[in-house]
Design a protein around this ligand. Structure first.
Ligand code: CAA
Length: 675
């Protein structure tokens, strides 16, 4: 096999270039090549400086994650970075793309860093449940300061090259497209100068910073193992020598990588990438050009959907039926952008840029100019059919027609047109400009290029998309249903909303079923007839207890929306228990787990066997990105695998549920959902 590393000479400079697509991961072969290059520089007196750089789209984007389960072969990255730093000739890292994780650590160990302005720097290991294991927790504070190191290593989000330069992580910015030439010139400048080693730099910090950081981020780090370890390690740099710090880092790394959280988070990483692969579609399918998007409806959903495209620079035509609704919708979009700008996350020019490509209109026929049209109108089959019938008459040939329905049959909607091959579901989650998940609903007749175009577009608007089949509620909402039904039954059988929600929050969900109902609106899907009271939800809705927006739902809320247990809800529950003649019993945590979590897994198994999800890991992606399933528990199907499918089946049987055949079969064969 040929090595991904090549060496070349430019006078007395040795250039080490990695070409290991797609992301120049620091695989064993790359590490061997780098080590050989450093050895060569050490032993060859004619070499006066070394440049480490990468071909292709990026500098090293990290260790090779696929090697984690295979056991690390020598040279291990921690050894290699120390060898790079120890060289007594200047090593210059020339960076483009993303210098992430181990890649950032190679840069930190180099004596100088030159980068193009579009480059990004980050320590995303925490998102994989681990920590920067090649000196990153010890070198980053010494190079870029403790505050930057804490932010980068515990949150995992990258910073730009300009920000990196401000904190001292980048020494020099190069012109875009001219990186190597400028790196060579830079090397020539520094040849002969004594090398400055990151690990030898002192750290000065007010130690109160660490406690404050822990407190400020307590909520964000809830349930996670890695951030606490990372903060402890960075704290060590203030006082302890580098050698002790890296030893502690090594131990912390080994502990985390063998833990359950890291395994689950790595599962999510690969699951997310796998989700973008559409079964049965040729890889080279020609995509349809999307230069303008139409959105029907300027309400919360339509507005949020539009923002995704505007932010990505794709012009949007938004249609409403009445001027006041259109004005309100447009004003909300502007208000949301301005709120983002006031937090410093957008410039005024960017706000104006996005608003400048929004075309609000009352004229439905204006949609004729759009390549993709998404309807976000009232959730009723008749209304949707009418909209699609009208679209069929005016949309340009080849335009993609999408419904943002959460539940309805996309095939039936498509049948209202003469071009069902152009129709699909694009199910955004509320708030649509923020939530990462997009369910792409594949109709029976949806054309391959339509699906592939939607998938490619989802990346442009920075969504994580999953393909779902046509069934009531698709993947996410369909699995939510048994959970809600059981949560309500549990109330009648003796549980309280707080008791059930508490189990969900302790599990790691951002909120439980009743907290979610209060947030989303108890009135959603309600028949709107206060005299027709058939269950506890109707009773709450009839009393105007619509959730947070009304200050009352399953909980009472104060002006700051702080919830408290409601005496009125307790009364209503009691009343309904009486009406239904329900007998109550002590509800245990185990019963709540089985009836509200195992039932979701059971539904997931049905979705899989019906072919409504392409693979079990897609279901995990839906729950992690759409419903706040804790990523460190990998998603419901992955979690079920860890619990043991036999245990899930036994639990379901104990409480009288019909077990999905696929789940039973896998449990009997001792198989797992995830491969
Ligand atoms: N190792 C192995 N494979 C990787 C990888 C890595 N570090 N990073 C990405 N890939 C693979 C992906 O799985 C994907 O493979 P398929 O095409 O087979 O699905 C392919 O590379 C392309 O990745 P993306 O689809 O994500 O490409 P993108 O252009 O959208 O994003 C990226 C590129 C920003 C680099 C993104 O891939 C990413 O964030 N990668 C992970 C970076 C990371 O976590 N690095 C830290 C690794 S851990 C570490 O370094 C530990 C240490 O300290 C020793």
């Amino acid at each position: 096999m040929t090595s991904p590393m090549t060496t070349s000479r430019q006078g007395d400079i040795l250039i080490l270039t990695s070409d290991n697509p797609p992301v120049n991961a620091l695989s064993n072969a790359v590490r061997q090549g780098l080590q050989a290059g450093i050895e060569e520089a050490k032993n060859d007196d004619s070499i006066k400086a070394v440049i480490i750089t990468c071909a292709g789209k990026t500098f090293f984007a990290g260790a090779d994650i696929t090697e984690f389960t295979k056991g690390m072969q020598e040279p291990a990255l921690p050894t290699l970075v120390d060898q790079i730093e120890a060289l007594d000739k200047p090593v210059i890292a020339a960076i483009h793309g993303t210098a992430l994780g181990g890649g950032c650590e190679v840069a930190l160990a180099s004596h100088y860093r030159i980068a193009v302005p579009s480059a990004k720097f980050g320590l995303p290991e925490v998102k994989l449940g681990i920590l920067p294991g090649a000196g990153g927790t010890q070198r980053m504070p010494r190079v870029a300061g403790v505050e930057t190191a804490l932010e980068l290593a515990t949150k995992g989000d990258p910073i730009s090259a300009t920000q990196a330069q401000q904190v001292g992580l980048v020494d020099k910015l190069a012109t875009e497209g001219n990186l190597l030439a400028e790196a060579i010139a830079y090397a020539q400048e520094v040849i002969g100068q004594p090398v400055s080693r990151s690990s030898e730099r002192p750290v000065t910090v007010d130690t109160a910073v660490f406690e404050t950081f822990r407190k400020t981020n307590a909520k964000r780090f809830r349930g996670l193992d890695a951030p606490a370890t990372i903060i402890d390690l960075i704290e060590q740099t203030a006082g302890k020598p580098y050698g002790e710090g890296v030893q502690a880092e090594r131990m912390g790394f080994m502990k985390l990588i063998m833990g359950k959280q890291s395994a689950a988070l790595r599962h999510v990483f690969f699951a997310e990438r796998k989700a973008s692969k559409i079964d049965g579609i040729a890889e080279d399918v020609q995509l349809r050009p999307i230069n303008r998007v139409g959105v029907i409806g300027a309400g919360t959903m339509g507005g949020g959907i539009s923002m995704n495209f505007l932010s990505a620079g794709i012009p949007v035509t938004i249609v409403e039926m009445a001027q006041d609704a259109l004005d309100r919708g447009t004003a909300t979009i502007r208000k949301n952008y301005e709120a983002t700008a006031s937090k410093g996350k957008m410039t005024t020019e960017q706000v104006e840029g996005a608003m400048g490509i929004l075309k609000p209109t009352l004229n439905f026929d204006d949609l004729a100019e759009c390549d993709l049209i998404i309807e976000a109108v009232y959730e009723s089959m008749d209304v949707k059919k009418d909209v699609f019938g009208r679209l069929d008459k005016i949309a340009k040939p080849g335009a993609i027609l999408a419904s943002n329905t959460s539940y309805l049959n996309v095939d039936e909607i498509a049948a209202a047109t003469s071009r069902p091959q152009d129709v699909l579901g694009l199910h955004f989650f509320s708030p649509a400009n923020i939530m990462k998940l997009l369910e792409i609903v594949r109709g029976a007749k949806t054309a391959d290029d339509v699906l592939a175009t939607a998938m490619a577009l989802s990346k442009k608007i920075r969504k994580t998309a999953v393909i779902a089949g046509v069934c009531y509620g698709f993947i996410g909402n369909r699995m939510l249903m048994p959970r809600q039904v059981e949560a309500n039954h549990l109330l009648m059988e003796g549980a309280t909303p707080e008791q059930i929600d508490k189990v969900h929050v302790a599990f790691g969900m951002p909120m439980g079923p009743f907290q979610m109902a209060d947030l989303a609106g108890v009135d959603i899907g309600w028949h709107r007839d206060p005299t027709r009271i058939e269950n506890i939800r109707d009773a709450l809705a009839a009393e105007d207890r619509w959730g947070q927006k009304k200050g009352a739902g399953y909980y009472d809320y104060d002006e700051k929306r702080t919830p408290s247990n409601s005496a009125r809800v307790a009364e209503l529950i009691e009343e309904w228990r009486g009406k239904l003649g329900a007998t109550t019993h002590d509800i245990t945590e185990e019963e709540i787990m089985v009836r509200t979590f195992y039932t979701m897994v059971n539904e997931g198994a049905k979705i899989l066997e019906e072919g409504m999800a392409q693979r079990a890991s897609d279901i995990d992606v839906v729950w992690v990105y759409g419903y706040g399933w804790p990523p460190y528990k990998g998603g419901p199907m992955y979690w079920a695998d860890q619990e043991g499918l036999k245990k899930i089946v036994e639990g379901l049987e104990k409480y009288g549920f019909e077990v999905a055949p696929l789940l039973r079969k896998k449990a009997e064969k001792n198989e797992k959902f995830s491969k």
